[in-house]
Write a protein that binds this ligand. Structure first.
Ligand SMILES: NC(=O)c1ccc[n+]([C@@H]2O[C@H](COP(=O)([O-])OP(=O)(O)OC[C@H]3O[C@@H](n4cnc5c(N)ncnc54)[C@H](O)[C@@H]3O)[C@@H](O)[C@H]2O)c1
Length: 359
């Protein structure tokens, strides 16, 4: 049965979630970075990476070798334009932010920077990091692996062998919103199976296999044992991109790759980021002119009936954000209860949190 939906005002929800994040023992800056990042994921329509992650984070905090509050990034290696960073199991929202500030500074100085980041808790919506780079006028490319349960099956394989390994590219566009291409290489993000399960709805055919490797639409096979696996997008090509994300985001980052010796009970990410200053590479404003001309040309393709027409990557998120700022952030009752239960486990006054969100 479909669960009841709440529509929380973004600002009220943000204040409520700050109270929950304080329960992790976080310093004020960490409370702000974690809360803003999660609320932004909800605002941009990625509920799978929004406040619904908090119960998972609370479990991870309590686990040995899980999430560490108030950790900060440090250098593992430093070769100027090539840097390797360690996240010390800290909140991805903090470590990702600190790492991007370092990478952006290096790319501004040298024109480019290759940055690897390992040993970091969930980096959440990778597009948030691309948005930081594009706001600084830089292109950024991200290959990410996920150190958790192996929930995605390889092409022609019948069980999970790796995570939803996201890939992301951010490109600044002069005078316009940036292009932000940001997706899981699984046909759907894992959190979307949790969202569907909590809402009591089925997945689309072709997204999931059950514990016997057979097609299913029941999200339970991605949420509870006996586990099945999510499929990669784009058949063998998507599988290839997942594989590359694992090798570049995992093996190269000083983190780890997901194999039988890996720890499956927490969500860590590894990320390889490539930052490029387009002004140093393209001359005579050519990058700006050609980008604008191409984006206009693509948008002029006639809309297929029943669609809103061509959208550029990043546009759906901007549209959803504008709509949710107007009419509220939808949170289903099951997810809200899971968040309140997690808050309780952290010693937070849940009645106060609930009242603040409904304000
Ligand atoms: N940290 C992690 O471990 C982890 C793992 C997996 C996914 N994620 C995140 O989950 C989020 C959701 O991933 P997803 O795979 O569900 O995303 P998705 O399937 O919604 O795809 C999103 C991308 O496709 C673009 N897009 C969507 N509709 C479009 C349309 N009609 N026309 C043109 N472009 C369109 C969006 O602008 C965006 O770039 C991402 O932010 C990703 O970074 C994180």
């Amino acid at each position: 049965m479909a669960a009841t939906m709440h529509y929380f005002n973004a600002r009220a929800l943000k204040h409520a979630i700050e109270e929950v994040v304080k329960g992790f023992g976080s310093e004020p800056t960490e409370v702000e970075l974690v809360t803003n990042n999660l609320i932004e994921a909800n605002l941009t329509g990625h509920d799978s990476h929004g406040i619904g992650m908090l119960p998972r984070y609370a479990l991870s905090l309590k686990e040995e070798n899980g999430l560490k509050a108030n950790a900060h990034v440090s250098f593992r290696v430093d070769h100027g334009t090539m840097i390797g960073l360690d996240g010390h199991a800290g909140f991805g929202q903090v470590i990702g932010h600190e790492a991007m500030l370092i990478g952006i500074e290096r790319a501004r100085e040298h024109g480019s920077c290759i940055m690897s980041l390992g040993n970091v808790h969930h980096l959440c919506r990778i597009g948030a990091w691309a948005e930081m780079a594009t706001a600084a006028g830089l292109i950024s490319i991200h290959f990410v692996n996920v150190m958790s349960k192996p929930v995605v099956a390889p092409w022609d394989g019948a069980d999970g062998r790796f995570g939803t390994n996201p890939f992301c590219v951010g490109i600044p566009v002069a005078g316009r919103a940036p292009v932000i291409l940001d997706f899981a290489t699984s046909v759907i993000a894992q959190g979307k199976t949790r969202v569907a399960h909590n809402k009591g709805i089925q997945l689309k055919p072709g997204q999931l296999i059950d514990n016997h490797g057979q097609p299913t639409t029941d999200p339970v096979f991605a949420v509870k044992p006996p586990y099945g696996a999510i499929k990669t997008f784009g058949e063998h090509k998507g599988f290839g991109l997942s594989l590359v994300c694992e090798l570049l985001g995992g093996a190269l980052s000083g983190g780890a790759t997901l194999h039988e010796r890996a720890n499956h009970s927490r969500v860590f990410n590894g990320m390889l980021t490539i930052l490029i200053d387009p002004d140093r590479l393209a001359q005579d404003n050519l990058f700006v002119q050609e980008s604008l001309a191409f984006l206009d040309w693509v948008k002029q393709s006639p809309a297929i009936e029943g669609t809103e027409g061509v959208k550029i990557a990043g546009e759906p998120e901007q549209q959803t954000k504008a709509e949710r700022l107007r009419s509220g952030i939808p949170v289903d009752e099951n997810t809200w209860q899971e968040i309140l239960n997690a808050a309780k486990s952290l010693g937070v006054d849940t009645k106060h949190v609930d009242a603040m969100a409904r304000n």
